[in-house]
Structures are given as structure tokens and as C-alpha cells.
Design a protein around this ligand. Structure first.
Ligand SMILES: [Fe+2]
Length: 310
């Protein structure tokens, strides 16, 4: 059973334990979440000006869309302001910033009607983020930048919470992915040839839960929760932010969502920084969750070459 909590005043430790059981938390827009989504909206609007970013796909060829949107992503991700805005959101959730480690956020654009389905507009089919070496204690936070609809939302498939499926995680090594698969997303305009550890058997997307909240709202869920990008048929491009947190006390104690079908090698834990002071994840915690080989040429932490912050 999956419960969707809205604006729950629950303390962070209880909220995390619910999320590790497959529950979903929805937060109404607040000053901290709005500050982040407003900042992202300004960057997106500035890049597409004079076009409306949600409608630009109807005005310009797809290559031009990629040329405009591609650079906005690293600009937002690595902007000094972004980090403090994320910290404010975590703090506003009453999470302990000394124990909460935060990854850099992502900025996504899901175009409508199959305009762009690869690279910067890649629509993820059913998946769990843990198949990409995310820790089982990871919590994903998703925020829409503009109002959106069910037809341009994200879907959860909770019937897979305790049911495993055959998937590509057994061939996935995070450090090899960092070295090869993550770079150059903007080069993919037609077919996306990056290796992704998706399902290897027919999946049942139904039943599914779609949560629609206003711009600046936030949806929190486990990285082990099966979810997907709904094929956008709303006629408008949907822009969203997502970021991840992990609690060090839970890592130390082994508290997390259950592992039902994840077999990948490596861990993304080195990507996280402590909320209070930006310090790296303690090496002993990384070691506790690391696995498999570190092949020659592999990269422990992905550093995008286009990390423009101006
Ligand atoms: Fe995901």
C-alpha cells in the first residue's frame, strides 16, 4: 500500500521511514521551494526569450531548442545561488542539515508530443533510480517550475514496490557510466544511444499514481520507487527540477528502502555534500555501500566539462 501525504507536519525521521516503505510526500509551494523554482524559471525564460519556454517547441526546430536549453542546465546546476536555495528547502522541511547530504539538482524539460525524446529531453520509461547506483536510502525531491497537468506529469507504479523485475542494473557500473554515459547529453537529438539500465521484460504501467501540484510544490519519494515520465501530450513543454538527499544516520544504521531487484556496481554516495557545510560524504560510509570493481578509466565522481556558472 502506498500512502500519499500532503503537507504533513511529520518529523523528518518519521517521514524518511514512511518513504522507505514506499509512501509519497507532497508539499505545497512555500517560500523556500518558490525561491528555487522562481530562480530556475528566470534562467529558462531568459534563455528562450522572447519565446515562452513552454511554447517554444512549436516555434523553433528541435536542434535550436537543444542549443538553447542545453546550456541552461549546467548554468542552473552549478550556480552558487542554487546550492544555498536547496539547503533552504531541506532546512524548511525540518531536516537536520548536519546529517542530511544533498546532491546537485537536475533541471529537466519534457517536451510535448514527441518533439524531443533524447538527450536533454530524454523521457525515462519505468525505472527505479537505485538501478543507477543510487543508495537505497536516497530520497528524490521533484519540483515543477510551471503549473502542469496529468498529461505532463510523472507517474508512480507502486505495485512494483515489493515486486522485482528483470532489469539492466546487473550490467551497470556507476564509475563506467560516469566515464562514458553521462557526458554530452545535448548531442542526442534523435535516438538516445546512452546505455541506461532499464527494464528487460514487458512492464505493467497500470495502475499508476500521478500527482499534480502547483509550480513550486514538491514531491518526495524513495529512489527505489518505480516511476516514469508520462509521455507528454499536454501541448506544452514541462520544466522541472529534481534533487536527492540522503541521511547519514540512516546510512550508518542501514535504514533504507528494501532492495528487490538492484544489482549494480558502485555507489553515487560520493556525489553528495553535507547540507550544513558542504563537506564530502565520509569515506567510511562510502566504503560501507561501495561494491564491485573500479575498472580502468572509470570515474568515481562525474565532473561535467560545461560547468559554466556565469
Ligand atoms: Fe528517476
Amino acid at each position: 500500500m502506498t500512502t500519499v501525504f500532503t503537507d504533513s507536519p511529520m518529523p523528518d525521521d518519521r517521514r524518511r521511514s514512511h518513504i522507505y516503505q514506499g509512501d509519497i510526500f507532497v508539499t505545497s509551494p512555500n517560500a523556500a521551494t518558490r525561491a528555487l523554482t522562481d530562480f530556475a524559471r528566470e534562467l529558462v525564460e531568459e534563455a528562450f526569450a522572447p519565446l515562452d519556454p513552454q511554447q517554444a517547441q512549436h516555434e523553433i526546430p528541435v536542434e535550436k531548442f537543444v542549443e538553447i536549453f542545453g546550456p541552461v542546465k549546467p548554468k542552473f546546476i552549478h550556480h552558487p545561488k542554487t546550492k544555498s536555495l536547496l539547503r533552504d528547502i531541506v532546512d524548511q522541511q525540518s531536516a537536520d542539515l548536519d546529517e542530511t547530504y544533498i546532491d546537485v539538482p537536475r533541471l529537466r524539460g519534457a517536451t510535448s508530443d514527441g518533439y524531443l525524446t533524447a538527450g536533454v529531453g530524454y523521457a525515462f520509461p519505468l525505472h527505479r533510480d537505485v538501478w543507477w547506483s543510487a543508495p537505497l536510502a536516497q530520497i528524490n525531491w521533484w519540483l515543477p517550475i510551471f503549473d502542469f497537468e496529468s498529461e505532463s506529469s510523472m507517474a508512480f507504479h507502486p505495485h512494483y514496490w515489493d515486486t522485482g523485475i528483470s532489469n539492466g542494473s546487473e550490467e551497470f557500473n556507476y564509475y563506467v557510466y560516469n566515464a562514458t554515459g553521462r557526458a554530452q547529453a545535448a548531442q542526442h537529438v534523435g535516438k538516445d544511444t546512452r546505455k541506461q539500465p532499464g527494464p528487460r521484460e514487458p512492464v505493467r504501467p497500470e495502475p499508476q499514481i500521478r500527482v499534480v501540484c502547483p509550480a513550486g510544490g514538491m514531491i518526495g519519494f524513495s529512489a527505489a520507487q518505480m516511476h516514469s515520465t508520462v509521455p507528454n501530450t499536454s501541448g506544452r513543454t514541462r520544466f522541472s527540477i529534481d534533487f536527492r538527499t540522503v541521511n547519514a544516520a540512516d546510512l550508518r544504521a542501514g535504514r533504507s528502502a528494501p532492495n528487490v531487484d538492484t544489482y549494480c556496481e558502485g555507489t553515487s554516495l560520493r556525489d553528495f555534500r553535507r547540507g550544513s557545510d558542504g563537506s564530502p560524504m565520509p569515506a567510511e560510509l562510502v566504503a560501507q555501500y561501495d561494491s564491485g570493481e573500479i575498472p580502468e578509466g572509470a570515474v568515481l565522481v562525474y565532473e561535467p566539462v560545461t560547468a559554466a556558472s556565469s
